[in-house]
Design a protein around this ligand. Structure first.
Ligand SMILES: CNc1ncnc2c1ncn2[C@@H]1O[C@H](COP(=O)(O)OP(=O)(O)OP(=O)(O)O)[C@@H](O)[C@H]1O
Length: 185
């Protein structure tokens, strides 16, 4: 059977076969290709730059900068474009930090978010229609005002360990299951 998913996703389904909730398995084995999104987090070594989302999906949450990959662009180009559109900055040393797959019980299409980190950038972080940028010390990342998955993968992110995660949400925002694996890119 052909699959739209990366082989590591099938690996997760196999390794955790007895505990994967049915809606997650159904979506990940279903016919819908993943929707590709990006997330860029500036990490200067002691602080991260996040934005408070002012509108749309995840409104009110703090998050990195990112959005959907558009037709004709690579994931990296989309990450650069969204960072410029949402925070008015250009990363100088952007690298892949990890990948997250989100499944929702109310949406059959899995989301695949490519997370990038950068420590240097050009420009001045500036509030836009979409995001209001704020620096947070590593010990003060506001997880209570962020997506429920974030608390699980930020430790790996902050310590520069590559990560892969699969997360299942009910009613869009309630995290009900997850697997996080760290290591090899
Ligand atoms: C479910 N748990 C989650 N945990 C952490 N981050 C999450 C997330 N779910 C989505 N995200 C991120 O939220 C942004 C939404 O982007 P979103 O505004 O929808 O995209 P985009 O700017 O293309 O939309 P419009 O152009 O306004 O339609 C995008 O960075 C995406 O990676």
């Amino acid at each position: 059977m052909c699959s739209f998913r990366a082989p590591w996703v099938s690996g997760v389904l196999k390794r955790h076969a007895s505990v994967v909730p049915p809606f997650i398995r159904a979506n990940l084995e279903g016919p819908q290709p993943n929707k590709l999104l990006t997330l860029v987090i500036i990490n200067d070594g002691s602080r991260v730059l996040l934005g408070r989302k002012k509108r749309g999906f995840g409104e009110g949450y703090f998050n990195g900068f990112g959005g959907k990959v558009e037709a004709g662009e690579t994931v990296r180009q989309a990450a650069e474009r969204e960072l410029l559109e949402e925070a008015c900055i250009t990363a100088e040393d952007m690298k892949e930090a990890g990948v997250l797959v989100f499944t929702f019980d109310d949406n059959p299409q899995p989301w695949e978010v490519h997370v990038f980190s950068a420590s240097r950038f050009r420009g001045e972080p500036t509030e836009t229609d979409e995001m209001a940028p704020v620096w947070f010390n590593h010990a003060e990342v506001p997880f209570d005002k962020m997506w429920a998955d974030d608390v699980h993968w930020y430790p790996a992110f902050l310590q520069h360990r590559y990560f892969r995660g699969v997360f299942g949400f009910r009613n869009t925002t309630k995290l009900v299951w997850h697997i996080l694996e760290e290591g090899n890119e």
